[in-house]
Design a binder for this molecule. Structure first.
Ligand SMILES: C[S@@+](CC[C@H](N)C(=O)[O-])C[C@H]1O[C@@H](n2cnc3c(N)ncnc32)[C@H](O)[C@@H]1O
Length: 273
């Protein structure tokens, strides 16, 4: 049965390669404005998924310079969490984060959300510090009571003392980082001994629900409405599968306590320093 699965997946992969070349050639002739070359990306992604490679960095052209992250208006982040289908997606991951956190949080623990954005998950207004490079979102998160202390710095230049926090939260941002393993090491550094990292990354494998919905959004907002953020695929440089994120964390010395895949949309991991 396993062999059969492998043969079928190989046939599938070869078909994808064919489709990739086909769509790329159409695009090269200027026929279809939409980035159908995404399909070619499926090929390395597919093999990475199959064989559990670390993670894929096939899309460096999605890079968004830090100055741009700094300048984005609150609306860019607010709209998707407040409207329609994307709201449902965000509600699911915020709810999951709260449930996971409830299992580990004890009175008196200190928490930081690294790359917190609007910190929308914190409905209960727990005392949470927030770091983000974007001062616009930080300010709103603070005014609306979802973060306590606001740290407007770049994640790798955070100026936080070592062994400071019991819990570090990082949601939907590791995939934007140039060097995810260095970023994770930074989280490890600021965690206290036996502290917990609660990390969420998109479930970014071929044909996952996330991938399909994200494509549709990028097509709609980017290719149709020419929103630069979505044209750059939301700045996703890395594409993690549950297996690859586990490997990455274990590789730098985190102990995985829990790993949950949320409805083929995202992966949430609890890892101990
Ligand atoms: C997709 S948003 C996620 C926000 C929030 N964590 C959530 O899950 O809704 C990514 C966030 O990471 C921030 N960010 C991106 N690169 C960063 C960096 N190098 N240092 C600090 N923040 C960064 C952005 O400003 C943005 O608020």
């Amino acid at each position: 049965m396993k062999e059969m699965n492998k043969i079928l997946t190989m046939i599938f992969a070869i078909t994808l390669i064919g489709l990739g070349f086909y769509f790329n050639s159409i695009q090269a002739e200027g026929g279809l404005g939409f980035g159908l070359s995404e399909i070619t990306y499926l090929i390395p992604a597919f093999f990475a998924y199959l064989f559990g490679f670390l993670y894929i960095t096939a899309k460096q052209n999605n890079y968004i310079p830090l100055e741009k992250y700094q300048r984005y208006e609150v609306e860019l982040y607010k709209k998707p969490v407040e409207n329609g289908l994307t709201k449902k997606f965000h509600d699911i991951r915020f709810r999951e984060l709260r449930e996971v956190l409830n299992n580990y949080y004890e009175e008196g623990m200190n928490i930081i959300d690294m790359c917190c954005g609007l910190c929308m998950w914190n409905k209960e207004k727990l005392e949470v510090d927030g770091l983000d490079i974007n001062l616009n979102t930080l300010k709103i998160a603070q005014v609306e009571g979802r973060i306590n202390k606001a740290i407007g710095l770049e994640v790798m230049k955070n100026e936080i003392e070592s062994d400071s926090y019991d819990i570090v939260i990082n949601m939907a941002s590791l995939e934007h980082m140039k060097e995810p393993s260095k970023t994770l090491l930074e989280f490890k550094r600021i965690l206290k001994e036996d502290g917990l990292l609660i990390l969420e990354v998109p479930y970014d494998v071929p044909f996952s629900l996330l991938k399909i919905l994200f494509w549709l959004r990028c097509f709609w907002e980017g290719s149709i409405y020419r929103n630069e953020y979505y044209l750059k695929k939301g700045g996703h440089l890395h594409h993690f599968s549950p297996r690859s994120i586990r490997r990455l964390l274990e590789g730098i010395g985190f102990e995985i306590i829990e790993l949950n895949v949320i409805k083929s949309l995202s992966t949430i991991v609890v890892a101990k320093k």
